[in-house]
Each structure stands twice: as C-alpha cells, then as structure tokens.
Design a protein around this ligand. Structure first.
Ligand code: PEP
Length: 250
C-alpha cells in the first residue's frame, strides 16, 4: 500500500503576520517549483493568520488550523469552529496536540468530538497521540497509544479524512528522539490499533506521521522507516530552510 507522505509544520503560538506570510509563501513557491513532488506539504499557523496564509499560498500547499471547537457556533468565547476554519481557506485541523491535552485538559473524548466536527465538514483531522516520559519509563508506550487511538479516533475515520501524528510528549521541543527501532515499533503498533478500530484497508492507507524534535539532521532516517508517512514539525517549521530540508528528506 503506497501512502503519500505529508510534512506538516505546526507553528504553535509563533509568528506575526508579515513573517508568517513570508515563510508560507517561500515554502509554497519552492513546492510549486518541484516537477513531481513526492509528498504533500501543510503549514498550520496560529488561527488568526490562517486566512492570510491561505491567501498567500494560493492552494500551492495546504493550510491547517492548530485546534478547533467541536460545536459549529454558539456561546464559546475565544473559540473557533470548523466552518470558520474552512471559510478561512484551511483544509486540515490538528486536534489533540499534547500541549492542548496538558494545558487545556483535553480528554480523548474531547479530541474525538473535535475530530468528528472536522471530518463532518470535509476537512482532514491530524489526530495527535503519544506517551509521556513517565508512561514510557513504565513500559506503557504502546498501551497508551492504543488507548488514545481507541478513544480519540472518530467512527467515520477514513484514510482520507484522518492523519495520525505519533508525538512522544518527552520528545517535543526537547531535541530528544526515540531510536528509529522504537519509532518503527510504535508506528507498527499504532497501525494495528487503527485496523482494530476501523479495518485493515483503512489502516494500511492511513498516514501516520512522526513528530518530536524532527530536524534536517534526523529527518532522512526517520522518514525512511516503513510505517512513517511524514512528519509533524514544530520548532524546525519556523525557518524556511530547515522546514524545506525536511520536505526534501521526504
Ligand atoms: C510539535 O509540537 O508538534 C512538535 C513536534 O514540536 P518539535 O518539532 O519542536 O519537537
């Protein structure tokens, strides 16, 4: 089963408008200049910049939001709905990032409701999962990932409307990464968990990204692993040269 890799940049709460537009435009121009690109590229700016970035990249690369509310509208001060994100020109939404799970106490059920809203409106959900350092030290990595797939993935998930991002919490922004063997083992176990929740065909077609301190120097070996279908990149997505080097590694 061939899966087209996806390299996604999560800008988190970084970038002012002009810098973000310039960064996204540079990546979009480079991508558009490729004769036959072998992967998809996505940038996820802060919500306030989604519309401007979508306009700047003009469909050359995909644009996504970093979170959404599960409801379509209503009394949710400060929140943003999927129809708003879609209207702004985005086609992806990251849900369940560990920073949301930790800082905003989001549960698997919350993440599932958000992912349901994303796919209901025809966008693609990038569902983040991953273990903490304590869970890893206790040998629970695969159990945690299995249970997060079971609890966070919506029933209507397909290989087209859902992407999974495996992000060990202890590897995010720390410069530390698991061994390539660990990454491959966990990705294979995640694919089995997806098959158990959906079916084998869906699991074989679904992209599983690795995230956590991906940088130009380690991208090639991580992206070469059979069950790794691209990367979710935080820090290194803020510099065009670094992000582009990761795209090229794919
Ligand atoms: C992330 O937050 O999704 C991430 C992977 O961050 P970093 O690449 O900086 O570790």
């Amino acid at each position: 089963m061939s899966r087209r890799p996806l390299v996604a940049g999560n800008w988190k709460m970084n970038m002012l408008n002009a810098d973000g537009v310039a960064l996204a435009r540079e990546i979009a121009e480079k991508y558009a200049a490729l004769k036959s690109p072998k992967c998809d590229v996505l940038v996820c700016p802060p919500a306030i910049w989604v519309a401007g970035v979508a306009q700047a990249v003009a469909g050359k690369i995909a644009v996504g939001a970093q979170d959404c509310h599960a409801a379509e509208s209503g009394a949710h001060t400060g929140d943003i709905s999927v129809p708003m994100i879609k209207d702004a020109g985005a086609s992806f939404v990251i849900v369940g990032h560990s920073e949301r799970r930790t800082n905003h106490h989001e549960t698997d059920a919350d993440v599932k409701a958000k992912a349901e809203a994303v796919i209901k409106h025809g966008l693609t959900a990038v569902i983040c999962i991953g273990e903490t350092e304590a869970q890893r030290d206790a040998g629970k990595t695969i159990d945690v990932c299995r249970s997060q797939i079971q609890g966070s993935m919506p029933d209507g998930a397909t290989a087209e409307n859902v992407v999974i991002a495996y992000e060990p919490v202890w590897a995010i922004g720390t410069g530390r990464t698991p061994t390539t063997k660990d990454v491959e083992d966990v990705h294979a176990a995640i694919r089995e968990a997806i098959a158990a929740k959906t079916d084998k065909k869906t699991a074989d077609g679904m992209r599983i990204l690795y995230g956590g301190s991906v940088k130009p120097s380690n991208a090639e070996e991580l992206m070469a692993l059979p069950d790794v279908d691209g990367a979710l990149v935080g820090g290194a997505s803020l510099k065009a040269a670094d992000f582009w080097a990761i795209v090229e590694a794919c």
